[in-house]
Design a protein around this ligand. Structure first.
Ligand code: HQG
Length: 178
């Protein structure tokens, strides 16, 4: 099995286009594993439960999670379909980071960070992770986010099951280019 290929397909289905295989996610992004496997098989990606387990466990960023009973699966973050992931609000560390292509900087420093088509702005716990995120699309800049300052204004931070910090927006006053 091509773990990376299957992971990419799962990201597409579970974050962005469940309809592409004829399934719907519940309001928190979950779908029954049996329903997912049947839908993938019907759309050219036959997988066993063991294959799925390997993708969930072996994924480099732990993008997917089973519910505690192991009967449902979801993406832990990154959705463009509307979802309420239900993570508890948490106090963030004083500083978080966001990597982005350099070409986005003028707009970000004017408007702040916006979620775009995803459900939240994604922030990284360390500079190296942020740089990797930014470099996905070209030469990267890394922004330092005054997370404590933003939290003090009432902004709600949550942390996904795979350690990505999520917030609705980051105004420019809380950003500095490293
Ligand atoms: C940028 C990957 C202009 C933002 C990664 C980013 C992450 C603005 C892009 C996760 C802006 C959105 C998310 C503004 C934000 N003006 N550009 N005002 N505000 N942007 O992919 O954070 O591998 O939706 O900087 O590792 O890059 O998929 O978000 O460049 O964790 O699991 O708009 O996706 O994870 O791009 O990445 P994205 P992201 P996976």
């Amino acid at each position: 099995m091509d773990v990376v290929g299957v992971s990419k397909r799962l990201s597409y289905v579970l974050r962005h286009r469940p309809d592409s295989v004829g399934i719907a996610l519940d309001e928190a992004g979950w779908v029954d594993v049996d329903v997912l496997l049947a839908a993938l098989a019907a759309h050219g990606t036959p997988l066993t439960r063991g294959d799925l387990d390997r993708v969930v466990a072996g994924n480099d960023k732990r993008r997917f999670a089973y519910d505690p009973g192991g009967t449902r699966i979801r993406a832990s973050q990154g959705h463009s379909v509307p979802v309420a992931l239900g993570y508890a609000a948490e106090s963030p560390p004083a500083v978080l980071f966001h990597g982005t292509p350099v070409r986005h900087l003028p707009s970000i420093l004017t408007e702040g960070l916006r979620p775009g088509r995803r459900h939240a702005v994604h922030l990284s716990p360390d500079e190296a992770t942020a740089r990797t995120v930014g470099e996905r699309r070209g030469r990267a800049a890394v922004l330092r986010v005054d997370a404590a300052g933003l939290a003090a204004t009432g902004a709600v931070f949550t942390r996904s099951a795979n350690g990505v910090w999520l917030v609705d927006a980051v105004p420019p006053a809380f950003l500095a280019v490293l």
